[in-house]
Design a protein around this ligand. Structure first.
Ligand SMILES: NC(=O)c1ccc[n+]([C@@H]2O[C@H](COP(=O)([O-])OP(=O)(O)OC[C@H]3O[C@@H](n4cnc5c(N)ncnc54)[C@H](OP(=O)(O)O)[C@@H]3O)[C@@H](O)[C@H]2O)c1
Length: 246
């Protein structure tokens, strides 16, 4: 995808990876970034190319209003997400799963539905869903998160098939740990958000439909081709090893 003069919408752009994506895409030549945020005042808009946009992705009225305002978007980055740290069988397992699905799946779906016609009207463009190495494997402490990210991965694959006809590149961005508020309680090596953002820019430039942004995501994806009974031991060892080598 040509990033020069791209008009971008990033959900959850006020902090973490969303903020890093904003900087990287502007540096790569984007003309404007609509910085979606539940609280637009939390967006750093010191660069005049950054346009704060009220967008709670779970609120249909916000999503509809955003599609009306940001009608010139050529690149949508579905980044906003939560990690409840709940597992399926815990006391809060059902409520946690519903929260994860509401944001990490239905939120991506709602914004994608609203902006697919916008992208079509603007020549096709691209849609990126920010996923995870945990779209492919599950650990006890991330069970509900993994299930929601798996659903969002499947949605990404589905959107790729249905939006190909209008010329929209649909890409999934996968990564292991990155150093953001989401992983503040995780004691493990973490990628710098700027490095993940650089991988996003590089992948978009060459039209990658699946962007594996770090060693962890590349390791986990490759491990899926092994026998199922060995998968989890291998993935856990490789996941830890990849993290340790960073
Ligand atoms: N950090 C990692 O290690 C890692 C690894 C793999 C994938 N990811 C994915 O990367 C994405 C960004 O995560 P992050 O690490 O940057 O997390 P973060 O620092 O916790 O930031 C999360 C962002 O999502 C926003 N958000 C949450 N719920 C929202 C909603 N209903 N509507 C709109 N915005 C909402 C937050 O807004 P508020 O400020 O209003 O809360 C915030 O801007 C997520 O999809 C996450 O699953 C992260």
């Amino acid at each position: 995808m040509e990033l020069d003069n791209a008009v971008v919408l990033i959900t959850g752009a006020n902090r973490g990876l969303g903020r890093a994506f904003t900087t990287a895409l502007l540096d790569a030549g984007a003309a404007k970034v609509y910085a979606g945020a539940r609280d637009p005042q939390s967006v750093d808009a010191s660069d005049p190319r950054v346009v704060p946009l009220r967008l709670d992705i779970t609120r249909p009225e916000d999503v509809a209003a955003a599609a009306g305002i940001a009608a010139d978007v050529t690149l949508l980055v579905n980044n906003a997400g939560i990690a409840t740290g709940t597992h399926a069988l815990g006391d809060d397992g059902l409520e946690g799963a519903r929260q994860e699905m509401e944001v990490n799946y239905f939120g991506h779906l709602a914004v994608s539905r609203a902006f697919a016609p916008v992208l079509a009207a603007n020549g096709g463009g691209a849609l990126v869903n920010v996923l995870s190495a945990l779209s492919w494997v599950s650990f006890p402490q991330y069970g509900n998160y993994s299930a929601a990210k798996s659903a969002a991965w499947s949605l990404t694959n589905h959107l790729r098939t249905v939006l190909r006809g209008q010329g929209t590149l649909v890409s999934g961005l996968h990564l292991g740990y990155a150093d953001t508020d989401m992983t503040a309680g995780v004691d493990a090596p973490k990628a710098a958000p700027a490095d993940i953002a650089a991988a996003l820019v590089a992948g978009l430039r060459v039209g990658e439909e699946e962007i594996l942004a770090d060693e962890t995501s590349r390791f986990v994806k490759a491990a899926l081709s092994g026998p199922v009974d060995a998968l989890y031991a291998d993935v856990q060892a490789g996941y830890d090893g990849a993290l340790a080598r960073r």
